[in-house]
Design a protein around this ligand. Structure first.
Ligand SMILES: [Zn+2]
Length: 361
């Protein structure tokens, strides 16, 4: 759950200091690990580094206000190294040694435990240690048990992200079942025949992104105007992302409230048929959507089942293969005579596959 922050000037300065210090700590920890490895062949652990934190802070050499947030920076370094060693072990040709981060690109830090240096005030503000009481735009109610708080800088704006533990408030049971087919023109088609159109902002946003992109391309490299154009482009991207996330939240919520069993295609399957490749247009959006659907379903005690997408659009409900090109939007089965919209048939087929999978388990 991400919300926009409206810091005052002094708070922006404080946020920048916190981020800058988190970045400095990150790079220092990285440096120490590199040195130990290069000169002594030693691999430092998170604990080796965390034990030094107290002394560093006592010496006044770290202005990152919250102790746990400092530990979190070290944990991030640790993760980066662990991932690096995994790549080395897996025999990656270019494992990519962990790199220093520039202040410009270091744009988030995390309070790892709620209540420790961060809390909500009665007035609905977010208190962050070292920064103060921040104004938040609560565009959606914050539900569930907050676990961590991450402060982010994105395109010159500030955001706060809450990771939430859902208490799993089960919804009343329902026998309703649905299969969902990812659409090319529509967002999705349901086995009920209902379609979920792409939201109206979608085309507008695409057009706006293209314009912003072109503006960047026309400005000279390294110039101040280009920098400004880049910020505008980043803002446009952030705006689209937020809108999309919002749409995904609302859509997945409605589905989970309505259906007890939800069957979808698993588009992460390798080697998709050519017809499926076209669907990857929606791919990035689709997996983000499935993630939201997944945790909401789990929270509500619903069943989400992922089926192999192979052949879902080429097989009739009677089992006969009915080949169609992408352009053919209508399904006509010579075997059983079924005549229906292609995506509607696919969605029903997905539901059928999903139910047979559930029967097996
Ligand atoms: Zn048929």
């Amino acid at each position: 759950m991400q919300y926009r922050l409206y810091p005052k000037d002094a708070q922006i300065q404080a946020l920048k200091v916190q981020l800058g210090e988190a970045c400095r700590l990150y790079n220092a920890a990285l440096q120490e690990r590199r040195g130990a490895y290069k000169h002594a062949g030693l691999s430092l652990t998170y604990y080796d580094q965390a034990t030094q934190l107290k002394a560093i802070r006592a010496a006044g050499d770290l202005a990152l206000a919250n102790f746990s947030a400092s530990q979190d920076v070290l944990r991030r370094v640790d993760k980066t190294f662990k991932a690096f060693f995994r790549r080395v072990k897996a025999g990656a040709a270019q494992p990519g040694y962990p790199r220093f981060k520039s202040r410009k690109r270091f744009d988030s830090y995390t309070f790892p435990s709620w209540g420790d240096g961060c809390r909500l005030t009665d007035a609905g503000r977010l208190y962050l240690q070292g920064v103060g009481h921040l104004k938040v735009k609560w565009h959606r109610p914050l539900e569930g048990q907050i676990k961590t708080v991450t402060v982010k800088r994105q395109a010159g704006q500030w955001f706060v992200g809450f990771s939430i533990e859902y208490e799993g408030e089960a919804l009343p049971g329902t026998d309703a079942q649905v299969g969902i087919d990812v659409g090319l023109t529509d967002f999705a088609t349901l086995s009920t025949g209902e379609t979920i159109p792409n939201p109206r902002y979608y085309r507008k946003a695409q057009a706006r992104l293209r314009i912003a992109q072109r503006r960047v391309a026309r400005r000279t490299r390294g110039g101040a105007n280009r920098r400004k154009a880049v910020v505008l482009l980043q803002k446009a991207h952030a705006h689209v992302q937020n809108q999309r996330a919002d749409f995904h939240h609302k859509t997945s919520r409605t589905l989970v409230e309505t259906y007890g069993v939800i069957a979808v295609e698993d588009l992460n399957v390798k080697g998709l048929a050519s017809g499926m490749l076209a669907k990857s247009v929606n791919d990035a959006g689709w997996s983000a959507f499935i993630n939201k659907l997944d945790y909401k379903a789990a929270e509500a005690g619903r069943q989400l089942v992922c089926v192999n997408p192979r052949g879902t659009s080429q097989t009739c409900l009677c089992g006969a293969e009915v080949h169609k090109t992408l352009a053919q939007r209508w399904h006509e089965c010579p075997a059983c005579g079924l005549s229906a919209a292609r995506d509607h048939v696919s969605a029903q087929r997905i539901l059928g596959l999903g139910l047979s999978l559930l029967d097996l388990t």
